[in-house]
Design a protein around this ligand. Structure first.
Ligand code: UDP
Length: 240
């Protein structure tokens, strides 16, 4: 049973449970889609039926972001914890290391995925990264084919949302990979190009605030966030 938060059905999982489920999916025939929506994407899904459908068909829907957690609480169906996409990816790589499973990194500006691959290989001994390429390409076919040729089991698809989720839905099968995870700006973080908020901010659920201070141009996107809480209050009142 999934937990509905304003039209997006989330799996009520802790970080560890999310990784367990992802690893279990790898043992079944794929492709499997993993998504990590935050409040902004819940709102976007409300306006974009195709995106909403892709999220509904995903095999694992992880609650990323304090806005989703607060909304779920307001709606009276609290989720266990916030699972940031970057933390999920890190924990999954730890589990993949030494298993012989092959990881492909797709996305971000030219050079970033390769740099992330070097750093991740050093950080997770035994992790097998079988390929990396940037997210600025015109044709999908050759990219999916390159992933297939690399023999990837898992692909981190970091093209920004909703592009990455739609890309996975359209091309997942052609890649031959068992698990494809939409991870937004994660490769920028793994390459050391973007900094995550200090632990104290993360613990307080203020990662968004730290990011806003570093990238003030995101104010337009973030200004809509409080709206989700208002929507949650409205939905709760209607459900009573
Ligand atoms: N990106 C990409 N191809 C595109 C558009 C974006 O590879 O056509 C990358 C971009 O370089 C960045 C990531 O996608 O690394 C999006 O990061 P952001 O933090 O904006 O993710 P979001 O918050 O949208 O999930």
């Amino acid at each position: 049973m999934r937990t509905d938060v304003l039209g997006v059905a989330f799996d009520n999982v802790t970080l560890e449970e999310a990784v367990d489920r992802a690893v279990a999916l790898l043992d079944r025939e794929g492709p499997h889609l993993v998504v990590t929506p935050n409040a902004e994407l819940v709102q976007q899904a409300g306006r974009d039926a195709q995106f909403a459908q892709v999220l509904a068909q995903a095999d694992l829907v992880i609650p990323d972001g304090v806005g989703v957690i607060c909304s779920a609480k307001i709606l009276g169906r609290p989720l266990k914890e916030r699972v940031p996409g970057v933390d999920f990816a890190a924990a999954l790589m730890e589990r993949l290391a030494g298993t012989g499973r092959r990881l492909f990194l797709l996305g971000a500006k030219p050079g970033v995925a390769e740099l992330a691959a070097d750093r991740l290989t050093a950080r997770y001994p035994g992790l097998m990264i079988c390929g990396a390429r940037d997210g600025y390409f015109r044709e999908d076919g050759p990219v999916a084919e390159a992933i297939r040729a690399a023999g990837a089991d898992v692909v981190f698809v970091c093209l920004g949302a909703p592009k990455q989720e739609k890309w996975i839905a359209a091309n997942g099968q052609a890649t031959g990979a068992g698990l494809l995870v939409g991870l937004g700006g994660a490769l920028d973080v793994f390459a050391g190009k973007a900094k995550r908020a200090p632990q104290a901010f993360q613990r307080l659920g203020l990662e968004w605030f730290y990011r806003l201070c570093r990238e003030p141009s995101r104010i337009g996107r973030m200004a809509k966030l409080p709206l989700i809480l208002t929507q949650a209050v409205g939905a709760r009142l209607r459900e009573r």
